[in-house]
Design a protein around this ligand. Structure first.
Ligand code: MN
Ligand code: MN
Length: 321
């Protein structure tokens, strides 16, 4: 496709002939998919599957993230005509990246949800693809990590968040977006000594052994020093990157369930995600975008940018390994 095609091409999500290449259809119309990728349930030959988990039944405060995947997809269409800025390559020319759509689940059978999500992600991994997940509240990372740990063993976790989400909770049947990384450490899904949380600004004295770079440290040491520290913690270990949009300050991402002041700017997040290139990223997610509280759409836009950066990080790793 070329720019000229914008005059005639529409609905590329369901009509494009190849998974590769930019999209030039009108950003404001047509069938929506993440970054105008093919919207398909066929994972044949796919490198990276973007999937939505519209689940918000684990929140401690205000809800709405079930509408996150749709909002992020829509916000991403503005980025579809251009290669991602500042990366020096174009992932959609080099890799088969598709929008695998959302996961089906019964919203009234909440107890069945975790295992269904693990199966959903395992299906992607068994097809030879990696997953990039659009949330949904942050609980979804736990069933996803189960699938990844089965393939890779205990992972490094790089978590951008205002909250540690490692608050004590020994009842594994509870579905809570504030305790699942406590459980992930206890269950051996992540290796705390090789994991790091960035942007923290809520109190939790017991870090479970996870390294912390709190928001103030990022502000004071700068993003380059923060990235050096992250890289020294995770090394070359298989790494899952989870980005809770509330890592950003409410000024940049107001549309989220548990906003906390003093957070990262979108510029700091963009710089850190770019400079993390080279880590052994095997999968990731962006979570906690809540459109009902996102009056300007800024949070969905931030979420779409984070998702594109995670896509670039994964592709960078794949092409340089
Ligand atoms: Mn959070
Ligand atoms: Mn979180």
């Amino acid at each position: 496709m070329a720019l000229e095609d914008a005059k005639t091409d529409v609905d590329g999500a369901i009509t494009r002939k190849t998974h590769r290449g930019l999209s030039f259809e009108n950003t404001f119309g047509g069938v929506t998919s993440f970054l105008r990728r093919s919207y398909t349930k066929d994972l044949t030959g796919v490198d990276l599957a973007v999937t939505g988990i519209p689940f918000d039944l684990a929140v401690t405060n205000r809800p709405g993230t079930r509408l996150g995947p749709r909002a992020i997809r829509e916000a991403s269409t503005l980025q579809a005509p251009d290669a991602p800025y500042g990366w020096g390559f174009n992932p959609v020319d080099e890799f088969d990246i598709v929008d695998y759509g959302d996961m089906a689940f019964d919203y009234a059978q909440i107890a069945d949800f975790p295992a269904a999500l693990t199966r959903h992600i395992t299906g992607i991994l068994n097809a030879g693809a990696a997953s990039l997940t659009l949330g949904g509240d942050h609980y979804i990372s736990f069933p996803i990590l189960r699938a990844y740990a089965e393939k890779f063993g205990p992972l490094s976790l790089v978590q951008f968040d205002a909250h540690s989400d490692t608050w004590v909770d020994d009842d594994f049947d509870r579905i809570d977006h504030g305790t699942m990384f406590y459980k992930a450490v206890k269950a051996g899904l992540i290796d705390p000594a090789r994991s790091v949380q960035i942007g923290i600004r809520t109190d939790n004295p017991d870090t479970m052994g996870v390294h912390i770079i709190d928001a103030r440290e990022v502000h004071e040491m700068g993003t380059r020093a923060a990235v050096e520290k992250i890289k020294s913690v995770v090394g070359d270990h298989p790494t899952y990157v989870s980005f809770d949009i509330d890592a950003l300050d409410p000024a940049f991402a107001p549309g989220t369930g548990t906003p906390v002041w003093g957070g990262l700017s979108s510029a700091q997040a963009a710089a850190m995600l770019r400079d993390l290139a080279g880590i052994n990223m095997v999968g990731g997610d962006v979570v906690e975008v809540s459109p009902p509280f996102d009056t300007t759409g800024a949070t969905a836009i931030a979420g779409a940018h984070v998702a594109v950066a995670l896509m670039c990080l994964w592709c960078w790793n794949k092409r340089n390994r």
